[in-house]
Every structure is written in structure tokens, then in C-alpha cells.
Design a protein around this ligand. Sequence first.
Ligand code: SF4
Ligand code: SF4
Length: 56
Amino acid sequence: MAYVISDSCVSCGTCEPECPVGAISQGDSQFVIDAGACVSCGTCAGVCPTGAISEE
Ligand code: SF4
Ligand code: SF4
């Protein structure tokens, strides 16, 4: 299962460069994860200051 970003995201951008496959990008109102690219490594969830990222 891919990881997902909830509406707790404050668009700080910390997670984007940490993703090894470039699956995270800035969306319209918050950052988003491309479910098709995510390999569920969990790295992004560990660096998010608001705990907005979790496994779907
Ligand atoms: S779980 Fe890993 S592969 Fe998926 S978006 Fe987060 S850092 Fe990228
Ligand atoms: S680290 Fe968390 S709060 Fe920051 S952009 Fe990523 S999901 Fe949003």
C-alpha cells in the first residue's frame, strides 16, 4: 500500500527531497504522494513535523 498525506499537511516541503523515488510533489493545497510511484519505504512519514503522512 502507498503512503498518503492527510489534510494535516502544512506544506513545509520537508518530505519532498527525502523520497528516494521522487513520489512527492506540491499539489494545489498541500503536498501529495503519487501512489503509483511510492514504494512504501516510510521515510517521508518519519520526517513530517505534523504527522500528516501514514500508510493508506
Ligand atoms: S513512503 Fe517512501 S517512497 Fe513512498 S512517498 Fe514516502 S518516501 Fe516516497
Ligand atoms: S513534511 Fe508533512 S507537513 Fe511538510 S510538506 Fe510533507 S506532508 Fe506536508
